[in-house]
Design a binder for this molecule. Structure first.
Ligand SMILES: [Ca+2]
Length: 593
């Protein structure tokens, strides 16, 4: 007993010494602090150190000059909440069913820790400056993963809690910055100087939006500079690795939410103090790094830098530090429902080439989305299109899509020349098709069930979507991949098969069969009886799509629009996440025709 007491006394003494020493000699503890800053919605093309002709970002340019600027960093989902879902878990949003923007589907939290959960075991605290979480995940409060003291004097408190990982979101560059309704004080004073992307018409409201956003970027950069100055003022500059990135591209229409380079190419700049020079990704600060980095890599990399355990659930690759893994050859991206606009797009890229597959090609990218229409540029561009004044490149945003797109980014940063038919590229296109399928399989792409069907199937088996899509008996993904490939051919020879499948036992096959009939348009006129029956299917999403197929194959647009009104009246008032988004999307498409 006496010995035990003496031991514990010594232990207390030892612990208090190490804690005391820990504060004094944090710099030599072998554990770097990490400050991870992201600014909202700005693609790489809005930073001057990435060559922006429009915005000035001197503080971030300085960070790049003193750190390492990554030239090939890409977001996986091109929009806020699915990016954050991926960041906090290290699991692709589509792998968990959390890809629809503004949904909070449950995940098995006991199997999927958040990255800050891993830090206390290795002596770190994690904090979220400013508190933006927006993880888009249910069954766990967002905020409970952050353990460090919050509130006023965050820096001073953190200083006493080293080593730390501090996460910070700067919202100044958010899409809403140029909205006239927000009245943020940004002006069109530089409108005449703006260099427009080739797919935007040269209109004053477009120029005005560019000008306002360039000023928002300048302000965001100043706020980053202030944050970095605070780090220096606290004497933490030399013991802290600073990671800066955005969360996806933006913000002019055809960037945020879309898998083009403008929606996914993000700035990533990392500042590593001299004392951690063994972690430098290139010979010396100021250099660029051309490694292909995906946002799915961020949580694993942060945990690796902190020396923490990396959960088995994480899907990315460690891209920096002593445990860096081999560079992946591909970046994988996805688009699901964005607010009130339903869509399904998948993308895969190498450093040079981008391949995109549109599973709902009947809808133009520029389908109506209230939030996207809140900046002056979008309605102005749309009006210009409706008046028939757009060039073919400008018009494409408001027209139905091709199923496949392929771009050579080296010669076409803005992805305006679709080379999918070009003979000399067929080999790489074939490889990317194959790799996309491989990524969809290995990451359990949950998108082959429409949203409410997906939720219902998981609930029926008392599983989360994450678990359900990992059960081949409940979610035969290979079959769904094959089936959708068949109907995306839009080949009238498939008509008998599609008609037969409108009575399949699997409601997902029924859904896609009806989609296939809609794609065939007048070529599926003889499917009238099968489509009529499908409008009474037990699945609401099969019904909705069957109505649309009715309009497309039988020319019954007005009647279908009346039916959609009735469905909308009955829809639960659950906002975007109900099937009402799907009805609105299809209704808008019929209105446009
Ligand atoms: Ca965002």
């Amino acid at each position: 007993m006496e010995m035990k007491q003496r031991l514990s006394k010594n232990l207390v003494l030892f612990l208090s010494c190490t804690t005391f020493l820990g504060i004094l000699i944090a710099d030599d503890s072998g554990q770097p602090n990490i400050l991870w800053v992201n600014s909202e919605d700005n693609g790489a093309q809005w930073l001057s150190c990435y060559g922006s002709p429009n915005a000035k970002t001197p503080n971030l340019d300085k960070l790049a000059a003193e750190g390492f600027r990554y030239t090939h960093c890409y977001s996986n989902s091109a929009v806020c909440a699915p990016t954050r879902t991926t960041w906090i878990t290290g699991v692709h949003a589509i792998s968990m069913g959390t890809q629809p923007m503004r949904s909070r589907y449950a995940i098995p939290h006991e199997r999927i820790p958040y990255w800050p959960d891993q830090l206390p075991a290795v002596g770190y605290v994690a904090t979220n400056f400013g508190g933006k979480n927006d993880f888009n995940i249910g069954s766990r409060p967002d905020g409970d993963t952050w353990k460090a003291a919050k509130g006023a004097k965050e820096w001073e408190k953190l200083k006493d809690q080293q080593p730390f990982v501090a996460f910070k979101t700067i919202g100044t560059s958010h899409e809403s910055a140029p909205f006239p309704s927000k009245n943020r004080g940004f002006t069109d004073k530089d409108a005449h100087k703006m260099v427009l992307h080739p797919y935007h018409p040269d209109l004053q409201p477009v120029r005005s939006t560019y000008s306002k956003y360039a000023q928002a970027m300048h302000k965001m950069d100043r706020e980053f500079g202030e944050l970095f100055a605070e780090l220096e003022a606290q004497g933490l500059r030399d013991s802290t690795i600073v990671i800066y990135c955005s969360d996806h591209g933006g913000i002019l229409p055809r960037s945020k939410r879309f898998l083009y380079t403008s929606g996914t190419h993000c700035p990533l700049i990392i500042h590593i103090p001299e004392k951690w020079k063994h972690l430098w990704p290139a010979k010396s600060p100021g250099m660029t790094v051309d490694r292909l980095v995906s946002f799915i890599d961020m949580p694993k990399t942060v945990l690796s830098l902190a020396g923490a355990d990396i959960p088995d659930s994480m899907q990315g690759t460690i891209f920096l530090g002593e445990h860096a893994e081999p560079e992946p050859a591909y970046h994988f991206s996805y688009r699901g429902r964005a607010d009130k606009a339903v869509d399904m797009v998948r993308g895969i890229r190498t450093k040079r080439y981008l391949y995109i597959k549109n599973y709902m090609p009947w809808a133009p990218h520029g389908q109506f989305l209230p939030y996207m229409w809140a900046m002056e540029a979008t309605p102005a561009w749309h009006q210009h299109f409706k008046r028939g004044k757009c060039t073919s490149v400008q018009a494409r945003f408001f027209q139905p899509r091709q199923v496949e797109e392929f771009y050579d980014q080296e010669n076409d940063y803005h992805n305006i020349n679709n080379l999918i038919e070009v003979t000399e590229h067929q080999e790489i296109i074939a490889r990317l098709r194959k790799e996309l399928r491989r990524y969809q399989l290995t990451n359990y792409d949950s998108g082959f069930l429409p949203e409410q069907m997906r939720r219902a199937r998981a609930e029926k088996h008392n599983l989360t979507i994450y678990e359900m899509v990992r059960r081949p008996d409940l979610y035969p993904l290979e079959q769904y991949l094959d089936y959708t490939d068949m109907l995306l051919e839009q080949n009238a020879d498939n008509l008998p098969r599609l008609i037969e499948d409108t009575t399949s036992r699997d409601e997902a096959i029924r859904f896609w069969a009806v989609c296939g009939l809609a794609y065939l348009g007048k070529n599926a006129k003889s499917a009238a009886v099968a489509i009529e029956k499908a409008t009474e299917d037990e699945s609401i999403e099969v019904q909705i799509m069957a109505h649309y197929a009715h309009a497309k194959t039988q020319g019954t647009t007005l009647e279908v629009m009346k039916n959609y009104k009735k469905i909308l009246v009955q829809a639960p008032k659950s906002g975007d996440s109900g099937y009402s988004s799907f009805v609105r999307t299809l209704n808008n498409l019929l209105k446009e025709n």
